[in-house]
Write a protein that binds this ligand. Structure first.
Ligand code: FAD
Ligand code: SF4
Length: 369
């Protein structure tokens, strides 16, 4: 019987899913089993879009199709939780399973707190996360630091502190993430500051950290975080949808150590980035760039539906808008920023907005974890 806090190495029972999966396909197999066994009515998972820099949240109702969603996309946008609210009625009338990185899971908690999603109808398969890369940054860095045409890349992965690419001619190239970030490239700035790497707020937390020995790279480490997660894993094992073995104690220790290092690195980067932005003239200069397109608001999982219509507080027809425009948005998010960085992805003039919202959430001390 699977219990909360149990830890396993898991693989898909189906050979096709196993080879299509990033690390043995357990996540895809669990999502498929949840759908097949009618634990859920639908699955929302990421599928590769036009290229490896594009991820498309996709609704699955046929279990056989789920293999198309296997694999990790490190350059995909991160708003899978918002998709459920915006396009699936906040799971009010359907049970839905979905894979979530820590910031996706936190955005769902924020939306549940704000009454936009019925969390009881969600089954969250958490993915550990070391970080993601903005699509355009990914393309530029591959051209500049790998000497490769970004359209020739057929696979990308992050392993052992390196961003690795595979080209059409099956050439493997890698550059250390530290080196990329020293040059102002690499992971999103919010990911560099992120201090929640293992999504224990989900029902299961899955990742490659801690899988050692012959299973390394071929299985996923699964931590059971809730009764719902325990029930799913137990039933999937009994149905042979996934195979499990108890996690190696040394692997458990290694996973905790890597997490500790990553969290400390995130905290160090928070200090650095927040310090850079501490001078009031920093924000004055950033906000002068604003063209008031509202891309940041529309992309935010917490306030995408905020109607920031022209009103007395912001002035009418002024560009850049008055500072009040930005302060109104900051007040609307208040302590609920989940540091997903979507506001920055939606900003065509590159204002580092999540740096401010994240700091506010940290200072208020109500950060959702
Ligand atoms: P699969 O069966 O291949 O299923 C993967 C699932 O992830 C699919 O459902 C797919 O739709 C979904 N998915 C793919 N890309 C995204 C995305 N960008 N956002 C949301 N869902 C997505 N594990 C670690 O231990 N350490 C890490 O540092 C780490 N970083 C990761 C970073 C990212 C961006 C992602 C997506 C995953 C990361 N993982 C990390 C988890 C790891 O890569 C595997 O996803 C995990 O071990 C499960 O493997 P699997 O074969 O069972 O998954
Ligand atoms: Fe991953 Fe970045 Fe989200 Fe943190 S903020 S969970 S590193 S995508």
């Amino acid at each position: 019987m699977v219990k909360v806090k149990d830890m396993f190495y898991a693989c898909a029972g189906d050979a096709n899913i196993c080879s299509a999966g990033e690390c043995g396909g357990a996540v895809t197999a669990l999502l498929k089993y949840a759908l097949e066994s009618k634990m859920v009515d639908a699955v929302v998972a990421m599928t590769k879009g036009t290229d490896v820099y594009d991820g498309v949240p996709t609704v699955f109702t046929n279990p056989a199709d789920l293999v198309k969603s296997a694999g990790s996309l490190h350059c995909a946008p991160t708003a899978i939780g918002k998709f459920v609210v915006q396009y699936m009625n906040g799971a009010r009338d359907k049970k839905i399973a979905l894979p979530v990185k820590p910031c996706d899971a936190r955005s769902i908690l924020v939306m549940a707190k704000r009454g936009k999603v019925n969390k009881d109808n969600l089954l969250l398969i958490g993915l550990n996360c070391g970080g993601t890369v903005r699509p355009m940054v990914g393309r530029e860095m591959i051209e500049k630091y790998y000497g490769v045409n970004p359209d020739d890349v057929i696979k990308e992965e992050i392993a052992k502190g390196k961003f690795i690419i595979v080209t059409k001619s099956h050439e493997h190239k890698e550059v250390s993430i530290d080196e990329l970030e020293e040059h102002g490239s690499g992971r999103r700035m919010n990911c560099q500051r992120c201090d929640v790497k293992i999504p224990t707020m989900a029902d299961l937390a899955c990742g490659n950290w801690g899988v050692i020995g012959p299973q390394a790279g071929k299985a996923t480490f699964v931590e059971v975080c809730s009764e719902k997660g325990a029930k799913l894993l137990d039933a999937a094992v009994n149905a042979k949808a996934v195979t499990t073995q108890v996690a190696d104690p040394k692997g458990i220790e290694a996973r905790a150590k890597i997490n500790d290092v990553m969290v400390k690195m995130g905290l160090k980067n928070q200090k650095k980035q927040f310090k850079e932005a501490a001078d009031p003239s920093y924000w004055g200069a950033q906000f002068k760039k604003c063209i008031k397109c509202q891309g940041c608001t529309l992309n935010c999982p917490a306030i995408f539906d905020l109607k920031l219509k022209a009103s007395a507080f912001e002035g009418r027809g002024d560009l850049p808008p008055s500072l009040n425009y930005h302060m109104a948005r900051a007040a609307a998010i208040a302590g609920d920023c989940c540091n997903c960085g979507m506001c920055e992805d939606g900003c065509p003039v590159d204002i580092p907005l999540s740096r401010m919202y994240h700091e506010v959430a940290k200072r208020i001390g109500q950060e959702i974890k």
